[in-house]
Each structure stands twice: as structure tokens, then as C-alpha cells.
Design a protein around this ligand. Structure first.
Ligand code: ADP
Length: 541
């Protein structure tokens, strides 16, 4: 016997329609790459995405066609999210920080028909256009007056003109909720980037779960500013979750430095923001150096790399801001876990709570996790055993775009992360499996050592890699960037760490460096570091 509820497909267009119907006057604010602040409402965004839908139809875009974007977080990008997916086409967000050859590969692999780009990327587009002959047109995200002055971009259109030329009379179509809605390529630190193809259904379920109190805790009383770019896993799904909840939405454009962010936070009374740890380290320094306070921010969502405990503590104790430590990946839409306490934890002493909050958190409903050993045998959830982390759920990918090989192991997706899971379900990443340091047959967690090093007041950033050792196979080497005008010696660094981690985890050497290499999504590029320090002579070797 079937239930008797209405059978309505979960459509992305229903989010923006809901936001218009019930939060129509709630503001959407953007700092524009061409300068100035743009301010309008969900009602306006819905109208413009319907105009865009008509424009796309007039350009001949069919269901399933891929539309690329090379764009910052702005209201126009927001409209594209809903306009493109709404007509049944696929919104393909591209990371402009990748190498041009990688971008050309991605555009050609995805077979993007049009690319919408911010005018700050005009030079990049000039270089890309000859390498992407199948793209039918390039749409600059501006009005006619800001159109880049170039003859090197074929079929160049102005976005505002394109949208304004069409009526807003448009009914969003309904179709199978499993239809592809958006596409995002992983940065591919090894090999070519791989495409992850989300659906309307996966996007809506992810938005529901992420808005929950033990998720990102979003409501109509929030003003949400994603620093995480809309070209990086759909800004962690926030554009959908704010439409679902009716939160005010503030987009920072290209201004991601501490000063620009602080200004926007205060001006737009931002309550929730989200980004990678390097962004928040920059903000923290700006606040401390200028003796500033943030008067409305209540939580910062931090993910993408491990949030250093020293930073979590600083935001909490000095600024009264809760850090929501989250973990996920492109293949997971991206949210897997968020760290919040349970009722029984509330009365714990601060030191005990500290031990919980450095972890990556508990899975949201919808995500199932397990850890396994080298033979695929499940390991206990005791907070001690660590192994390969596998996940499954309705917003986790089952394969890659146009790939015929399944990445799954017995229907579970291998994350490539190594982790522990404790009895309460809190997961803690110890490493990427590629980055794990193997010393004398045992594994050493580079993240634990980095977290400890960064707690030293003179340390700006730290990376730990394994270096070949004749006796132990590999031993940890600590690379440190010092804060400006701060001093610390190798011996002081080691003395600071001694006693705080197992003796055999202590780095064999410390090297002070001016910079560390990062991926296009802001993660430490350890493959490059390992190449650079290959053959490094450890004092103990
Ligand atoms: P890409 O795979 O393109 O580099 P992703 O954002 O998909 O970008 O990266 C996912 C990976 O980032 C995870 O598998 C994990 O290794 C790392 N990561 C994400 N969040 C955290 C976190 N809170 N702590 C530690 N590592 C994290």
C-alpha cells in the first residue's frame, strides 16, 4: 500500500519561489567586482532568475546543457544558480584560481555551451577562448558600460543587457528530481580534475540537513555571508540553504581580506559566515592588530582544512564567537559532519569540552560513516583506532562525470581521509591518506602536530610532512612560517611541543620558511612540499 501524500519532486526552483513568497523583502547584498554595493531582495532575485530563464531558452539552452561560471560571490551568480538549474540545465561553477590549462580541460570536458564570467577574469577568458572552441558565447557579468574592451573574446555578451531584454513571465517546469542540477570539479592535486554532478534532490536534501540547529544552524533571523566561493562546492550549499530558511544573504565579491570582511560584517549585521581556516587566521590577525570587535557575528563555519584549536579558542574566548568546525568534500555536496556538543557535554569542564571541539564533528542525518583497516575490515568507534574513512548517503556521489569506473567500495565512498570515530559519533581526521607519515610501521598524524605547532604564539602557519629515514622509513619534518616581527628558534619550537604529543611523534627537525604552497582551494599542497624536501637530511638520519 502506498502513502497518500502529494508526489511533488524536490526542485531547486522551489527554493527561490519560497524565498520570494514568504521572505520577499529580505535583502540580498553584494560587493561588486566592478565597485560599489548592490542591494536588492529575494523578490528581485526571483524575478531576475525568471528573466534569465527566458534568456537561456532564447539562446537555445536545452535540459542537461552545461553553463559554466567563472565568478565571485555576487547577486548575479546567485541568479545564475537558480535560473540555470531551474530550467533543467546544469550550473557548472569553475574555480578561476586553477591553472588556465586546467580550466580549459574542465570547460572542454564538461562541454560548457556558454560561460558567464566576472569582468575581473577578462584576461583569463581572452586566453581561454581559443582553447575552448565549442563554447558558443561568453557572458560578462556586468552592464554594457562595463563590458571589457577587447576583440579577443568571441560572441561577448553583457549579462544585465541579456537579462533585461527578457520578460519575467516564466513558470518553473517540474521534472524528475534526480535530474542533474550543478557540476563542480575537484581541484585534482593528482591527475586531471574530476566532475561531481549534483541533482535537484541531493541539493534539496543537503539544504534541509545543513540548515538544522546541529548543522549550520540557519534561520530567518540570520544574515549569512559566505566567504567560501560559490565556485567551491556551491559555497558549501549556502545559496540554497539561505533561500530555504529566508536568511538575509551577503556576498563579498572579490574582497576577501580581513579589512573588507570586517566592514561588510558590521555594515550588514552578519551573524553567520563560512570559509577556510586561512581566511579566519587573516581576520583574527586583523581584529587583534586593530583592536576591533565584531558586534553581530555569532558563528563562523570553518572547514576545508582542519581548524587549529588555538584559533577556535581565540574566537571563543576573545570575541565570544562560536567556531562551527565542519568537514566535507566536493563529492559530498559538501557537508559530512559539524561539531556541536550534545546535552550531556554542556556541564563538562572547559578542558574536556576542548577535546571534543577540535574534532571534525558528528555526521548530519543522511550521512553514514565507517572507518576500516587496510583489508577493509571495520574498526571500532572508540576514538583511538584510526583508518580509512568511508561514507554513504543521498548527497554523496556514486561516480564522476563521464567516468565509467566506480569509485565506490561495496557501495561506500572512500573519502581518502584517515580518521577516528568515538563512541559518541564524533569523527576526527588525522590525515589525508596520501599525507599520512609512516614511521616504523606506525602512522603519525601530521594534522595533530600542525595543530600543536600553530598554538605557539610566534607561528603563523605550519606544515608537517614525512621525510625518508634509513631506520624508521619516514620521520616528520616541521615547516613553519613565523608571524611578522616574531622570533622563535628550532629548540624553542621543539621545547614548546615536547610532552604535548607522543615522544615518537616529535618532528625530527624544524625548518623556517617564508611561504608554503597551497592548492587552488586553499589547502596545503603537500605533494609539492614532499617533492621539495625529498632527500632532506634529517639530523637523526
Ligand atoms: P578538493 O578535493 O578539490 O581539494 P574538497 O573541498 O573536496 O576539495 O576537499 C575535501 C578534503 O578536504 C577532505 O577530504 C579533507 O581531507 C579536507 N577537509 C575538509 N574539511 C576538513 C576539516 N574540517 N578538517 C580537516 N580536513 C578537512
Amino acid at each position: 500500500m502506498l502513502g497518500q501524500m502529494m508526489n511533488m519532486p524536490l526542485m531547486i526552483s522551489s527554493l527561490i519561489r519560497h524565498a520570494d513568497n514568504y521572505h520577499g523583502d529580505t535583502e540580498i547584498v553584494s560587493r561588486l567586482p566592478e565597485g560599489g554595493i548592490h542591494r536588492y531582495t529575494y523578490h528581485d532575485a526571483h524575478r531576475r532568475s525568471r528573466q534569465l530563464a527566458n534568456a537561456l531558452n532564447a539562446l537555445g539552452i536545452k535540459r542537461g546543457a552545461r553553463i559554466g561560471t567563472l565568478a565571485w560571490n555576487t547577486h548575479r551568480h546567485f541568479e545564475i544558480y537558480f535560473g540555470v538549474s531551474g530550467i533543467g540545465a546544469v550550473c557548472h561553477t569553475i574555480n578561476p584560481r586553477l591553472f588556465p590549462e586546467q580550466i580549459a580541460y574542465i570547460v572542454n570536458h564538461a562541454e560548457d555551451e556558454y560561460i558567464f564570467f566576472d569582468i575581473t577574469f577578462a584576461a583569463l577568458v581572452e586566453a581561454l577562448a581559443p582553447q575552448c572552441p565549442r563554447v558558443k558565447g561568453w557572458v560578462a557579468l556586468c552592464g554594457r558600460s562595463h563590458l571589457p574592451k577587447t576583440d579577443k573574446i568571441p560572441n561577448l555578451l553583457a549579462y544585465d543587457e541579456l537579462v533585461d531584454a527578457h520578460s519575467d513571465a516564466y513558470e518553473w517546469p517540474e521534472f524528475d528530481e534526480n535530474t542533474a542540477s550543478s557540476l563542480c570539479y575537484t581541484s585534482g592535486t593528482t591527475g586531471n580534475p574530476k566532475g561531481v554532478l549534483y541533482s535537484h534532490r541531493s541539493t534539496l536534501l543537503h539544504a534541509f540537513a545543513s540548515a538544522l540547529p546541529d548543522g549550520l544552524n540557519l534561520s530567518a533571523r540570520d544574515s549569512v555571508l559566505p566567504v567560501v566561493p560559490m565556485f567551491h562546492v556551491n559555497a558549501w550549499g549556502l545559496p540554497y540553504a539561505v533561500a530555504l530558511t529566508g536568511a538575509k544573504f551577503v556576498m563579498p565579491g572579490a574582497g576577501l581580506d580581513g579589512a573588507s570582511l570586517c566592514e561588510l560584517f558590521e555594515q550588514e549585521k552578519v551573524t553567520v559566515s563560512a570559509g577556510v581556516p586561512t581566511i579566519w587566521l587573516g581576520l583574527l590577525q586583523h581584529l587583534q592588530a586593530n583592536k576591533l570587535r565584531l558586534s553581530t557575528v555569532k558563528s563562523l563555519i570553518i572547514g576545508g582544512s582542519a581548524a587549529p584549536p588555538a584559533m577556535i579558542r581565540a574566537f571563543d574566548e576573545q570575541y565570544g564567537i562560536t567556531v562551527l568546525h565542519a568537514w566535507g568534500m566536493t563529492e559530498m555536496s559538501p557537508l559530512g559532519t559539524v561539531n556541536t556538543y550534545k546535552h550531556k557535554h554542556l556541564a563538562l569542564p572547559a578542558a574536556e569540552k576542548d577535546k571534543i571541539r577540535v574534532k571534525q564533528g558528528r555526521p548530519l542525518y543522511g550521512v553514514d560513516m565507517k572507518i576500516v583497516d587496510g583489508d577493509g575490515k571495520p574498526l571500532p568507534h572508540d576514538g583511538k583506532a584510526f583508518g580509512d574513512l568511508l561514507v554513504r548517503g543521498p548527497w554523496i556521489t556514486s561516480t564522476y562525470f563521464k567516468s565509467t569506473d566506480s569509485p565506490l567500495a561495496d557501495d561506500w565512498f572512500p573519502t581518502g581521509d584517515v580518521a577516528t570515530i568515538d563512541a559518541d559519533g564524533y569523527m576526527q581526521i588525522t590525515d589525508r591518506s596520501k599525507d599520512v607519515i609512516k614511521s616504523g610501521g606506525e602512522w603519525i598524524s601530521s594534522i595533530d602536530i600542525e595543530n600543536l605547532a600553530i598554538a605557539h604564539p610566534a607561528v603563523m602557519e605550519a606544515a608537517v610532512i614525512g621525510v625518508a629515514h634509513p631506520k624508521w622509513d619516514e620521520r616528520p619534518l616541521l615547516l613553519v612560517i613565523k608571524k611578522k616581527d616574531m622570533q622563535v628558534t628550532r629548540e624553542e619550537m621543539l621545547a614548546f611541543m615536547r610532552g604535548k604529543i607522543a615522544k615518537w611523534w616529535m618532528p625530527d627537525d624544524v625548518v623556517f620558511v617564508d611561504s608554503l604552497p597551497h592548492t587552488a582551494t586553499g589547502k596545503l599542497l603537500k605533494t609539492k612540499l614532499r617533492d621539495e624536501y625529498q632527500g632532506y637530511q634529517l639530523p637523526s638520519a
